[in-house]
Ligand binder design. Structure first.
Ligand SMILES: Cc1cc2nc3c(=O)[nH]c(=O)nc-3n(C[C@H](O)[C@H](O)[C@H](O)COP(=O)(O)OP(=O)(O)OC[C@H]3O[C@@H](n4cnc5c(N)ncnc54)[C@H](O)[C@@H]3O)c2cc1C
Length: 495
């Protein structure tokens, strides 16, 4: 006989927010080998799990439904108290090395952070982790001065408890998917335009559905120099939002991920100086692809966390819900459904964590493990690393570009495209799983699941959104096909 209630510590490979001990190795036993080789690496990820779960239990979980309700009434509502607590815990600057003021969390640690937060609330997870976009943008750009400047901005803001938000703006009213793929970009006609003027660039046009757009202090935007030749003229700019001519439009009312604001952005003769040109004309798409090569996999992880949270909620409900024969969880059809979902979660968990481990091994995160950077972080005092003197030195064009060359020697363009493929696969697998699981748990729970207080209908609404952003799942599938099969088709045609 099954017991009437299910306690968190009897879940074996469903990690749970309720657990106070780490269970990373239980759900991913292959990590045991890695623990033998690099005990510190795994120990840190386990510590991350404990820290984030405590945050979820004590801070996040008690308020998520209330936030969702408030955002349904007012899409511009923002829970500043939640932001303050996440900022105090440094969860919003987690990848920055400890020596510089962050938590020094690896891609694996950040995978844990994302999965744990999204198991409670996708939108709040976005509000907390999206902030590292500034750092991510800088890391893929990898100009020494840009990285130092952004780390300084982020750590100073964190210490002063001053909000600092970043946005990444590629989507336009007439161009969503088209901004993420070469053939589509070559054909599209964007509304935005950049013009070269003395000392910098003048920007015009509209971006839409931009996460954090209404809160952002900086926007990283892709804008073409020639809208008739978007692919060959697309450039990447860093735009401080206090610049004259920048305006925020409507904050969207969405079906899900409500607490994460998405907004329209207007640029009217916005001037940005030369130094804020991050990627020159023709390299903008590459910047996008490099960001996507990291973020798509994390959307897979976010959706995995969401699916897990929904399933956990459903199991708890079904183990307490009385039926004519005992408890709902004892019905055979429910057991089969739950077993199916557990099996799928396990498969996607392996895939997504494999992606995170690969990021630590081959992508920008691996830079933190390289001798020159490790040595600099070990020997040089923090004050000096973030000093104005070092920043001025880093602005020297040769030193500034040296970071980019160094990164390119570690993460080539070919590697970036491989990660787009792995990331797309993780994104499609995770987000399709989330939609399947959140729909199926509603089948199990029935009418009560549609009431807001169980949180299940929120998981369902949130899951749908994940299939659309970071490239729709259809377009992610095309990326997988084109990388694996596309070139072979050309070979076959040619032979
Ligand atoms: C919550 C949320 C947050 C977002 N945050 C951001 C953000 O921070 N920054 C940002 O820039 N954007 C953001 N977006 C926008 C998001 O990236 C786009 O919605 C997404 O890229 C899809 O673009 P679209 O909606 O214009 O769809 P479209 O590109 O118009 O696609 C419509 C349909 O056509 C299909 N399709 C399109 N092109 C092709 C093709 N070449 N081949 C086959 N099928 C195709 C698509 O799969 C889809 O089914 C966000 C969106 C949401 C919902």
């Amino acid at each position: 006989m099954l017991s009437a209630t299910v306690k968190a510590d009897c879940f074996c490979f469903i990690p749970s927010m309720e657990k106070t001990e780490p269970d990373l190795l239980e759900s991913l036993p292959a990590l045991g080998k890695l623990r033998q080789l690099h005990p510190e690496y795994i120990r840190r990820a386990e510590t991350a799990q404990i820290i984030v779960r405590q945050f979820c239990r004590e801070v996040l979980a008690p308020r998520v439904l209330e936030i969702d309700r408030k955002c349904s009434e007012d899409p511009a509502y923002f829970d500043w108290e939640l932001w303050r607590k996440a900022n105090q815990a440094k969860l919003n600057i987690s990848p920055i090395p400890q020596k510089l003021g962050g938590l020094g969390w690896s891609a694996l640690d950040n995978a844990v952070l994302v999965e744990e937060l999204t198991s409670v609330c996708l939108a709040s997870a976005s509000n907390i982790t999206f902030n590292t976009f500034g750092l991510l943008g800088a890391l893929v750009e990898c100009r020494t001065d840009v990285i130092l400047k952004i780390i300084r901005l982020m750590t100073e803001a964190q210490e002063a408890e001053r909000p600092l938000f970043w946005s990444w703006a590629i989507t336009e009213p007439e161009a969503g998917t088209d901004m993420e793929e070469a053939a589509a970009m070559a054909r599209m006609r964007p509304s935005t335009r950049a013009e070269k003027v003395t000392g910098g660039y003048r920007l015009n046009g509209t971006k839409c559905f931009i996460t954090n757009g209404s809160l952002a202090h900086y926007v990283i935007a892709n804008i073409p120099m020639d809208p008739d030749q978007p692919l060959t003229s697309m450039a990447t700019f860093l735009i401080p939002t206090n610049t004259e001519g920048f305006k925020v439009g409507r904050v969207e009312r969405k079906c899900g991920q409500k607490a994460s604001q998405t907004a329209e952005l207007f640029f009217k003769d916005v001037f940005v100086p030369e130094e804020n040109l991050w990627e020159p004309p023709g390299r903008g798409l590459h910047h996008t692809r490099e960001i996507l090569s990291i973020t798509r996999g994390y959307i897979g992880l976010a959706a995995l966390g969401l699916a897990r949270g929904a399933l956990e909620t459903c199991i708890r409900y079904a183990s307490q819900k009385k039926t004519a024969h005992g408890f709902l969880i004892q019905e055979d059809w429910v057991r089969f459904a739950v077993a199916d979902m557990l099996k799928d979660l396990m498969t996607v968990r392996n895939q997504c964590y494999n992606f995170a481990l690969a990021l630590d091994t081959y992508h920008v995160w691996s830079m933190f493990e390289r001798l020159p950077i490790k040595l600099a972080l070990k020997i040089l005092p923090r004050k000096w690393l973030l000093s104005e003197a070092l920043l001025s030195l880093a602005r020297n064009p040769i030193i500034s570009r040296a970071g980019g060359w160094y990164k390119k020697s570690l993460v080539s363009d070919v590697m970036v495209e491989k990660f787009v493929k792995y990331g797309s696969a993780a994104k499609v697998a995770g987000t399709d799983l989330a939609v399947r699981v959140t729909a199926r748990v509603l089948d199990i729970v029935g009418l009560e699941g549609l009431a807001n207080e169980h949180g299940l209908e929120k998981y369902f609404r949130d899951a749908k959104v994940t299939q659309i952003y970071e490239g729709t799942n259809q377009v992610n599938r095309l990326d997988i096909f084109n990388h694996e099969i596309g070139e072979q088709i050309q070979d076959w045609r040619g032979s």
